[in-house]
Write a protein that binds this ligand. Structure first.
Ligand code: ADP
Length: 377
């Protein structure tokens, strides 16, 4: 990075966006109050443009114009603008709209915030093997690429994969014999039960042990100041997962799903689990969405991709993006060099960063799901 570069100010960004017009509404983005969640970090600029959901897809040119206007400001290194659906007065908080199933045991009371951590998000899946951990690590790195301080907590206590995926080995330090320092790589602070036990050791965790392990990894780890902590949840929607979703003060959850999984409704179970405990679902990511031939680049929709987008719409939650089935993603994540850091210029890295930007914009605006809807089954 160049030294002595110009510092980008919020005023300069607002001024640039004040020149971008939404012709249909007859005003500029700032004047119309459409900009929210503006974040500046070392020349990286991120903001969302709040729009009427009906106009969403037609506004891509406006989004691009906004990015271009900000990119032209001296000192700006990257710009990410995302469209978010405006939450009008009619879309009141979900709890006001309809009675919700009571959270078992009063979830809120146990959700004490963790000092220094801005938002905690869960990455979850209806079942194992859908690429949840791969998505979690690349999402975390995508958030870090936006200039955010990010932690990654591997709560997949039955099969921790973060030591392998982040390329971290060795035991964490304990400065005082009580708390643990997270391990670090690629700018991420990482904690995993895998750092504490040998990979060969069979793990027979009983329910209470799982719970105390998670709560220790959350609260007894010196995370320091984080904008976001990404929690890689254990797969599935059983009791252990439900308890975790309840215990952790989650700002939101991201559901990872494959096209087949969508068809089998496993993703729906994941979604309902979070809704049960009052955690907003930030959206669904379709993983292994289509196949990219490594030789010719030809794209094949093996599992009739696109199901997640339709399903997300049906379920009233956002679709965050689709990741192809690509050997490069498998090789990089399994060898400890996730694609967002090992091939930052690849289209896949860009997709992950785009998803990260959408997630961050939602966390910033506190919007939760774009169209909160209660499904009582
Ligand atoms: P989960 O956490 O859901 O069990 P993992 O993230 O461990 O799944 O992924 C399972 C396997 O699939 C891993 O070997 C991983 O590298 C691979 N994988 C995940 N996503 C993709 C993808 N989009 N393309 C190719 N391989 C993938």
């Amino acid at each position: 990075m160049a030294t002595g570069r110009t510092t980008v100010t919020e005023a300069a960004v607002r001024e640039a966006l004040g020149k971008v017009r939404d012709e249909e509404r007859g005003g500029d983005l700032v004047g119309l109050g459409m900009i929210s969640g503006l974040t500046l970090r070392d020349g990286h600029v991120l903001f969302s443009i709040e729009v009427d959901p009906q106009r969403g897809p037609a506004l891509e040119p406006l989004r691009q114009a906004a990015e271009k206007a900000v990119a032209a400001i001296p000192g700006v290194l990257s710009v990410t603008a995302v469209l978010t659906a405006h939450r009008g007065a009619g879309a009141a908080a979900p709890s006001a709209a309809a009675p919700r199933p009571a959270a078992p045991g009063g979830a809120q009371s146990r959700k004490l915030p963790i000092a220094g951590i801005g938002s905690i998000i869960a990455v979850a899946s209806g079942k194992g093997g859908v690429g949840k951990s791969t998505t979690a690590v690349n999402l975390a790195l995508g958030l870090a690429a936006l200039g955010l301080k990010v932690g990654l907590l591997d709560a997949d206590i039955y099969g921790p994969s973060m030591p392998r995926m982040t390329g971290i080995t060795g035991k964490p330090n304990s400065p005082d014999g009580k708390s643990l320092d997270p391990k670090e790589n690629y700018g991420l602070k990482v904690m995993s039960i895998g750092f504490l036990i040998d990979e060969e050791t069979p793990m027979i965790w009983r329910g209470p042990m799982v719970q105390s392990a998670l709560s220790q990894m959350l609260r007894d780890v010196n995370w320091g100041t984080l904008d976001v902590l990404v929690v890689d949840m254990p797969p599935g929607t059983g009791d252990a997962q439900l308890t975790m979703a309840q215990q952790v003060p989650l700002a939101g959850a991201v559901i990872v799903s494959t096209p087949q999984d969508i068809a089998l409704l496993d993703a729906r179970k994941g979604l309902n689990m979070f809704r049960k405990v009052d955690v907003p679902v930030l959206g669904i990511i379709e993983n292994m969405s289509y196949f990219c031939c490594p030789n010719c680049g030809h794209r094949t929709d093996i599992f009739s991709h696109g199901g997640a987008r339709t399903e997300a719409e049906k379920l009233g939650c956002d679709f965050l993006g689709e990741i192809p089935l690509d050997i490069a993603i498998r090789e990089t994540s399994d060898s400890g060099h996730p694609i967002v850091v090992s091939a930052p210029d690849s289209p896949h890295a860009e997709t992950y960063r785009g998803i990260a930007a959408r997630v961050w914009a939602k966390l910033r605006s506190g919007a939760g799901p774009v169209a909160p809807r209660i499904v009582i089954e």
